[in-house]
Design a protein around this ligand. Sequence first.
Ligand code: RM4
Ligand code: MN
Ligand code: MN
Length: 430
Amino acid sequence: MTFEISDSHVAEENARRLPALEEDYEQLGRLLARRDVDIERLTELAQAFRVAVPSWGVGTGGTRFARFPGPGEPRDIFEKLEDCAAMLKLVRTTPGISLHIPWDRPQNPAELRAFAQARGLFFDSMNSNTFQDQPDQRHSYKFGSLTHTDAAVRRQAVEHNLECLDLGRALGARSHTVWIGDGGSFPGQVHFRRALERYLDSLRAIYQALPAGWRLFIEHKLYEPAFYSTVLNDWGTSYYCVRELGERAFSLVDLGHHAPNVNIEMIVARLIQLGKLGGFHFNDSKYGDDDLDAGSIKPFQLFLIFNELVDGGLSGVPGFDPCYMLDQSHNVTDPIESLMVSATEVQGAYARALLVDRKALDASQEANDALMATQTLKAAFRIDVEPILAMARLQAGGAIDPVAAYRASGYRARVAAVRPAVSGAGGGIV
Ligand code: RM4
Ligand code: MN
Ligand code: MN
């Protein structure tokens, strides 16, 4: 493998940073011991954390306004997997890949599966795309796909999802994620109730074809590309739909798909309580579905979400097994760097949520002590868990400082030399 970041490079990089890490880890260990927390145990839990990488996240960056291809961008799914392997080598938490079809449709799924396996990667979730027209497509999705008024268009959109299931089966995937752009841009354009009925009809056909052991995730979004109304607009509608569909259907929460200021951690708690939280698309945003790096704008919100997840996990809610995935688009950064930083941000939010003194929090809640309750959360949020994450990576064979090790490896320059610039490769536009 020409582009591999070698073990010796990682070891060399780590050797320089090890003394400082050991010092910081020891100091943090003492601080945590005073709170009755065993740092080794926390490191083990952080090490077991996993978050999947989106195949569309390593491709060409850009916004809907323009694309600015960077050097050495992957030209096909194999090169995307090479980039994912580089990431995995350094952060150790990202073996799972979410695959977008048709952007990354493999000609030969068995070959792609073997290629991934050889690099320690596997396919996690399949993602359908009926929000864009493809060149060879018979019916247009301009006025909708799974909810279109014309049964032939709906059928075509269902067929596409069935193809994703077939491909996913061959690739060894274990879930399917459906996000549609269907909705209306003008009042009156779409009959709200009939559109939702059509959505459910189409989803039922997809659900019935779900391979054994798979889960179906549906992703709500309040607006865009439809600007007035969307068919699957919020978590409540999503919850209704997954309940109608059956026990293998779950709601997926994309952090960018809510109105500004919506209390997402509370939505997470609701879905946990109702047994229908399927998973996440992590990203961050200031205004809309900005697809910025996880934890880059609202790290406290990310922590509060993980606070609910850890709490849900501890209370043994049946069927609680959320699937963590990143869903980002990178406009001004190297996608590999952004995805590595995002993976560690998410892992860090998890580690900090594990540090919440739950007994103290419960007691404050029962006693209506608002100040101490919120201080209990803040006390965990304020702890810098970086030494724990770095130690977890080191022990798993990764890099103490993934971005520094990546930059020093010269990976980007090496791939740029053999991957001539292409414009418009791979999705990430919505
Ligand atoms: C959408 C949504 C989907 C993702 C596409 C690329 O806004 O978040 O999850 O598949 O973007
Ligand atoms: Mn998403
Ligand atoms: Mn999105």
